[in-house]
Design a protein. Structure first.
Length: 236
């Protein structure tokens, strides 16, 4: 599919909420398709800012500030790229008819580790590793003992791995608590996960086309890409 040229009266616009390195790659591909790219992030000169047709700097967790930009630009597509954004703004925009990709409810579940873990383990009854949620350092100590060492400690909301650590013994708990406070998002609650030792991880690619979700099998990928996925995810 090829859209009309950007910066025209009939241009199709995509707004990136989060403009890091991944957002920059998305922006490049969107421009190749003819989309007008609007890059939004919390700091000046984020990677996608440098190539977008227009850019904004805003507190990504400020609902009113985000909605003001959305209503001003009127994007055809809103693409959240980071976890630490106002989900209320996404629901409000969707209620106004804006197209949030994939949708505000899906973003709400996946942007927060508590939401996605409880949905998977308790609603869908999928098999997951043991976990607990804590809000205090004392609670973290007790939960880590129950999970056993090593265990993985993460803020319920963060991006780019900030605030995550592997706690290898009881003496490391205070350090993991402090590391969690470095999260780019909400560190008021942490998830403590039992450490799962595995040989390799396979990433399953999916795409939604408006009527269904398509699962891309490894046989449908190029040999080179499959090899990259396999070796790149070994022993992570």
């Amino acid at each position: 599919m090829q859209f009309s040229a950007p910066l025209k009266s009939n241009s199709k616009k995509v707004m990136l909420l989060g403009s890091g390195e991944l957002g920059k790659e998305v922006a490049i591909e969107a421009q190749r398709l003819g989309l007008e790219v609007i890059a939004v992030d919390r700091y000046q000169n984020a990677p996608a800012h440098t190539i977008a047709h227009s850019s904004y700097v805003v507190d990504m967790q400020d609902k009113d500030a985000l909605l003001e930009i959305i209503y001003r630009e009127k994007p055809d597509y809103i693409l959240p790229e980071i976890e630490a954004i106002s989900i209320d703004a996404l629901f409000a925009a969707e209620d106004k008819g804006y197209n949030v990709i994939p949708n505000a409810n899906a973003v709400s579940k996946t942007m927060n580790r508590k939401n996605i873990r409880t949905f998977a383990a308790e609603v869908l009854d999928l098999k997951t590793g043991p976990y607990e949620f804590v809000t205090t350092e004392e609670g973290l100590l007790e939960a880590s003992k129950r999970m056993g060492y090593p265990c993985v400690i993460k803020p319920v909301m963060s991006s780019s791995g900030h605030g995550q650590s592997i706690c290898r013994r009881e003496e490391d708990v205070p350090a993991s608590w402090e590391i969690a406070k470095e999260a780019r998002g909400d560190a008021s609650e942490l998830i403590v996960e039992a450490f799962v030792d595995f040989d390799y991880e396979i990433t399953l690619l999916t795409a939604r086309n408006g009527s269904e979700t398509v699962f891309v099998s490894l046989s449908g990928m190029s040999r080179k890409m499959a090899t990259m996925f396999f070796h790149g995810n070994q022993h992570r």
